[in-house]
Design a protein around this ligand. Structure first.
Ligand SMILES: Cc1ncc(COP(=O)(O)O)c(C=O)c1O
Length: 370
């Protein structure tokens, strides 16, 4: 029996080991750890990769969202439209600014459903945060049309979508700004916390640069109240090493996804994500099934480890208890009950991918008497 983990961050970094050590050594032997050349070099390279003019490295993905939303004008009392199903950070970024997350029902892939978006707009709406969940782009054309009509800013939550593209435009380049996370398990992961804001808007970029550094452009001059949220040079140097390989890594994920799809899409009752359409980057490969707990346990017995992204929608979390009518978001609630992420990583060997695919099919059929 083979053992395939849901994700193994040590394996991701192993093939960069020597280059990462060299990069770290060079920062350690230098004297600039904050706002130095390594950060500048990474920001320039990541902006180029995303096809945008500006990149501002920050402390993590949550801060990237908060700073971008603040720079876009979101203030206490405003409303921000967010998907009803996402990782909690999307909602927390809004709440921590004193604004209110307004859920928009999602489609079967967990993406903000533009058909529900316009109906959720009110006089207080200030911004929209579409999430490119699992590495799949939200319908940015339709979302931007609603934003234009109502004068709202669009800040993409691209934490799971480094490199995802449609018609030549990459995640982070569609809205006023895009927020990225470099949490170690992301498609582009640091060896600690990290994040970035991407934008083509020079004014917003300048604001974000100040906001990440105590509202300062010039040392000991503070034009506005700001955060301390800077991507440090050590992480930036490590990220530069891994960025050079990101396209190849995303391609490998696409191959894995195609193999899973070929092996699993015909199974009755197991909902498999579709692989057609635009260029997604498969942060997760998420199937849906009604008897998830039983299926997950049976898979572990065969060495296939899975994960759940996410077991509760934000409106069902204790942190938002009593604030939302969950019956208004049945698709989001259903996703939380049924989603199951299969092992997905660029390091997976062909034999591991085949093992996962054939085991998932075999276990599914055995459970359902096929
Ligand atoms: C969709 C989404 N948004 C935001 C974040 C927040 O990123 P971070 O953990 O770097 O703060 C994450 C990941 O953790 C995420 O998956």
């Amino acid at each position: 029996m083979m053992e395939v983990l849901s994700y193994d961050v040590a394996r991701v970094n192993l093939r960069f080991r020597d280059a990462l050590h060299r990069a770290a050594r060079s920062v350690i032997d230098g004297s600039t750890f904050i706002l130095g050349q390594e950060l500048e070099a990474f920001e320039a390279a990541f902006a180029r990769y995303c096809g945008v003019e500006h990149c501002i490295g920050v402390g993590n993905g949550l801060d990237a969202l908060m700073l971008a939303l603040h720079a876009a004008g979101v203030r206490a009392g405003d409303e921000v439209l967010v998907p009803a199903f996402t990782f909690i950070a999307t909602w927390n970024a809004v709440s921590l600014l004193g604004a209110r997350p307004v859920p928009v029902e999602v489609d079967g892939s967990g993406l903000m459903d533009p058909a529900h978006l316009a109906r959720a707009v009110t006089m207080r709406s200030r911004a929209i945060v579409p999430v490119h969940l699992y590495g799949r782009l939200a319908d940015m054309e339709a979302i931007k049309a609603v934003a234009r009509e109502h004068g709202l800013a669009v800040v993409e939550d691209a934490a799971q979508a480094h490199g995802a593209s449609r018609n030549g435009c990459r995640a982070g380049g569609f809205g006023l700004a895009g927020a990225f996370s470099f949490y170690p398990t992301k498609n582009l992961g640091a060896l600690g916390d990290g994040g970035a804001i991407c934008t083509n808007d020079a004014t917003l970029a300048a604001s974000c640069r100040m906001l990440r550094n105590y509202g300062s452009q010039v040392k000991y001059r503070h034009d506005t109240v700001g955060w301390n949220s800077r991507l440090d040079d050590l992480q930036a140097s490590l990220l530069s090493v891994k960025l050079a390989d990101l396209e190849a890594a995303n391609d490998r994920r696409r191959t894995v996804a195609r193999c899973y799809h070929a092996g699993l899409s015909g199974l009755s009752g197991l909902d498999c994500p579709d692989t057609g359409g635009h260029d997604m980057v498969w942060h997760h490969f998420v199937v849906r099934c009604s008897d998830r707990a039983q299926f997950q346990e049976a898979l572990v017995r065969e060495g296939v480890h899975t994960a759940i992204h996410y077991p509760l929608a934000p409106f069902d979390q204790l942190s938002y208890a009593g604030q939302y009518d969950r019956t208004r978001y049945p698709v989001a609630a259903e996703l939380a009950r049924t989603v199951l992420s299969l092992p997905m990583a660029d390091y997976l060997l062909d034999e591991e991918v085949s093992y996962v695919s054939s085991t998932v099919a075999r276990v599914w059929n055995a459970l359902h008497g096929f």
